[in-house]
Design a binder for this molecule. Sequence first.
Ligand code: SF4
Length: 475
Amino acid sequence: MTTFLGMPARAPRGVGHLRGDEPFPVAARTALADPQLRRNLNHATTTIRGKSGRVIAELPDWQELRSAGSALKAHTMANLPALLEQLEAAVTAAGGVVHWAADANEANRIVTELVQATGEQRVIKVKSMATQEIGLNEALEEAGITPVETDLAELIVQLGDDKPSHILVPAIHRNRAEIREIFLRAMPGVDPSLTDDPPRLAGAARQYLRQTFLSTRVAVSGANFGIAETGTLAVVESEGNGRMCLTLPDTLITVMGIEKVVPAWQDLEVFLQLLPRASTGERMNPYTSMWTGVTPGDGPQNFHLVLLDNGRSAVLADEVGRQALHCIRCSACLNVCPVYQRTGGHAYGSVYPGPIGAVLSPQLTGVADNASLPYASSLCGACFDACPVKIDIPAILVHLRNETPHPRSEAAMMAAAAYIMKHPRLYARAQRAAKLARLVGRRGRGLPPPLNGWSASRDLPAPPPQTFRDWWAKR
Ligand code: SF4
């Protein structure tokens, strides 16, 4: 018997954070007008890229590791129903309880009811993209339960009443002066003489969080990996806050996207080498926490695993697009993307920004609800080169563009080009005109309207001295 994952449904509207309020070009314009944002982004992405590049260069078999990661993910997607059943059986045998959530509404309801059953009014949270995706914090707050983010960057975002703008560094758009101001305004019990010295900022957060860790009995986490073979869940993080959340409370609730399952323990050998080097530029994750069900007298005594679909089955049904489910959320593609580096994450409108967001969000929601995102790319291919599991993001972008109405200007240009190419004389004249325009453009005036936007910030390539037609005619 196999698990039937159900008719592929998209992530529902009106809940969670997969859709923006405005299309990407409009939101990007607002972001581009903020020079401080660009400075913060440029500094942070350049630093992470440099660190990551240095530790990747240490591994002679990096390309082989990437291929292994890619093959493991493809194998997992091809066997997802069986692996999820295996995971469920192993978690249950180890004393955990598995819940299946078809979408964000169901997942939020399950988690809220589980917390209510404990009688607690507050939960501590480990950084989790899945719970951001479904809008769990809002659902808990509506039920009178206070969620406290314990990852430093997530805490900055939560206290600032802000939205995350990077997968790994959610507060990448904030500098330390802004963080100090947020702490002074919103952190309970903060020392009013707090400076913007990073160790002092971290110390203030540590003091606030420590009391919360010690007095909260329910934790909510995501998971980087769920091992089907043993029912073990794994979370990797850098601050130790995750370890506190995963070990101190009585009840632990983990929300995991169904694509995070891996077949066997041994597979972590590959992913735990790829992930830290590609994400934070470290050789090993500072904290890798793993747990299997419940261990009497040690750690949480109640463990619930919520397996979340929320559009993933629909992504899996698309033979080209399903590669997006291979993502291990390292954020390397964001740090190399020329579009992300200028606009930041908010312009994408979804919790998944950058190149991976441009292919994952439209597929989870249905392309019509995020139609501008597949165009939020120059198709330069840097994301593909950087991806530790070799996701061919440019190919998925092009595939999704074919499912969306092309921008009017592009459609008109393509129609004109098709017409000209069908008429040889017109084509020859157009070639001569293009050569002339490029010669004029290169003398400093750029292309004439409506193409002047293209040449406003680029040098036009030099026209070839001879076209193929000229060469052919001479022979
Ligand atoms: S698509 Fe690749 S590079 Fe981008 S976040 Fe996912 S794993 Fe990392």
